[in-house]
Write a protein that binds this ligand. Structure first.
Ligand code: NAP
Length: 283
């Protein structure tokens, strides 16, 4: 009798660099918890190596994977088909195969909104207006999702042309940084999608005094867990949402594609990630 052995399904994170990623911790936790025979690995691939690796993903032993900096736009072009969010945002960060075809999705969009819905229920007030800081990859995901929900969005970015391009794509309004003080009094939601406030980057300096009471302040950064922005927001009595839940919820999207099952963002999983971030973030 041959040995019965479940097929080991393999997925990976493709990027350059990838060494510091917390994705293996998340996926391997769910694999173990759900009793699925699978593994999630890191694949450091240079821009020269990436296209060939993706074209041979199945032959290389993978059912799919995540894509991170600097490969998301190339992954978009390599996918035979994309989900609506990836199509709209112009970036693919999840790849999987169906009937031998390479498909692409964007999970940052799902992660962004699932985290907001979970952590600040009823955030969407009638006539909801959001101010989004930044116009990079995270901002694209955020603005797309907020517009999908019918929110009026003002985009504020250091480089105005980038804000203008993003605003035109999704029907939002673009502004330079100087407009912020006059935009804040009308905001119901303030979202930081710049890299300012992240450990090792510059500080995000904003006076929150003009914000109305009850406004939700969301920082997509998760290192540190409590950015100066969120600390100031909490101090003023605002609801504050950090970026860890966005990372965890976006991970679930890929997991379902590669491994199936129903991965949940449990308090245990969040606590595990929080402990790791605290341990590795310089004070
Ligand atoms: P990105 O594409 O490089 O965009 C960076 C943004 O920050 C741009 O709008 C840029 O403005 C702005 N910025 C950078 N340095 C600045 C400075 N000194 N002054 C003013 N503005 C500055 O990066 P991204 O991929 O969107 O990531 C942004 C942040 O979101 C990162 O901290 C990342 O870790 C986080 N993130 C979190 C998740 C999650 O799951 N929680 C997912 C994605 C990203 P310019 O256009 O003027 O350069």
């Amino acid at each position: 009798m041959g040995e019965m052995r479940a097929e080991l399904r393999r997925a990976c994170l493709m990027g350059h660099p990838v060494a510091h990623s917390r994705s293996p911790m998340i996926h391997n936790y769910w694999l173990k918890q759900l009793g699925i025979a699978g593994v999630y690995e890191l694949k450091d691939l240079t821009p020269e190596e990436f296209p060939a690796f993706v074209r041979g993903l199945g032959k290389n032993g993978y059912v799919g994977g995540n894509v991170t900096v600097p490969h998301k736009e190339v992954a978009f072009r390599l996918a035979a088909e994309r989900d609506p969010a990836a199509q709209a945002v112009g970036a693919v960060n999840v790849l999987w195969t169906e009937n031998g075809r390479l498909l692409g999705g964007n999970s940052d969009t799902h992660g962004f909104i699932a985290n907001l819905d979970e952590r600040a229920p009823a955030w969407k007030v009638p006539g909801c207006r959001a101010v989004v800081l930044g116009a990079g990859g995270a901002a694209r995901a955020a603005v797309y999702m907020l517009r999908q929900r019918g929110v009026e969005v003002d985009i504020v970015n250091r480089t105005l042309p980038r804000a203008q391009e993003l605003a035109a794509r999704f029907g939002a309004r673009p502004h330079g940084t100087e407009a912020l003080p006059r935009l804040l009094p009308a905001a119901d939601l303030l979202v930081n999608c710049t890299s300012l406030g992240m450990a090792g980057k510059g500080a995000l300096e904003i006076d929150l005094a003009p914000l109305k009471r009850g406004v939700v302040v969301y920082d997509v950064i998760y290192v540190p867990l409590e950015t100066a922005l969120l600390k100031a927001a909490r101090g003023r009595g605002h609801r504050a949402v950090d970026g860890l839940g966005m990372l965890l919820h976006q991970a679930g999207y890929g997991f379902r594609k590669w491994f199936g099952g129903n991965p949940k963002v449990t308090p245990e999983l969040s606590a595990m990630l929080e402990a790791d971030i605290v341990a590795k973030t310089p004070k």
